[in-house]
Design a protein around this ligand. Structure first.
Ligand SMILES: CC(C)(COP(=O)(O)OP(=O)(O)OC[C@H]1O[C@@H](n2cnc3c(N)ncnc32)[C@H](O)[C@@H]1OP(=O)(O)O)[C@@H](O)C(=O)NCCC(=O)NCCS
Length: 168
């Protein structure tokens, strides 16, 4: 697509929030009873895709997933809560942050387990990247997330350029 950004009506960040809840079942765990990292990534990607599709009102693809650190184990029977929000949009791409919380089966205890940042690209009917609506940050927290996302985008794309140039 051309460099010129086609103006699209802005959309407030809160309109695309997603909250998803999963129960950790035997098929989600390894042989010592904690959840597979890949299963959490699957849930994260689903939550992120829904948030970005809500914002873009378009189908999206996952362009990249930033480094992700699992800070505490999540066990069989635990509840996993995923909260996704669009942090920043550029021309055709959107950064989504997903906060992952682990809750004890009785709901008495909740802990932050991980945070993931994913980039989605909106596609037009021909499967080509297409412009997305501006993101309107209404709160101080949303403005902070937006600023941090700009920094992450610079690092992410610099890293991609370095990898691509090393291969070519
Ligand atoms: C993501 C994809 C559409 C980008 O295509 P492209 O040819 O690089 O397109 P462009 O160069 O026009 O870039 C489009 C946008 O993607 C962004 N982008 C491309 N690669 C990226 C990456 N690795 N991380 C973050 N953003 C990326 C660009 O910055 C640009 O954003 P902007 O328009 O907001 O400035 C393409 O690489 C693709 O289809 N990848 C496969 C996606 C997929 O199948 N995902 C499922 C998981 S396997």
């Amino acid at each position: 697509m051309s460099e010129a950004k086609i103006p699209v009506e802005g959309k407030v960040a809160s309109k695309s929030h997603v909250e998803m809840t999963e129960m950790v079942l035997p098929q989600d765990t390894n042989y010592h009873g904690t959840v597979f990292g890949g299963r959490v990534l699957q849930w994260v990607d689903i939550a992120g895709a829904i948030a970005s599709q809500r914002h873009a009102r378009r189908k999206v693809v996952t362009a990249s997933i930033d480094d992700m650190h699992f800070m505490i184990p999540i066990c069989l029977g635990d509840t996993v809560i995923l909260k996704a929000a669009v942090n920043y949009v550029h021309r055709t791409s959107m950064e989504v942050g997903v906060r992952i919380e682990r809750e004890s089966p009785t709901g008495d205890e909740r802990q932050h387990a991980a945070t993931a940042y994913l980039t989605y690209v909106a596609l037009d009917d021909d499967g080509q990247p297409t412009s997305v609506p501006e993101l309107i940050a209404e709160t101080q927290e949303e403005r902070r997330r937006m600023q941090n996302a700009v920094t992450r985008r610079e690092f992410r794309l610099a890293r991609k350029r370095a990898l691509v140039s090393r291969r070519s």
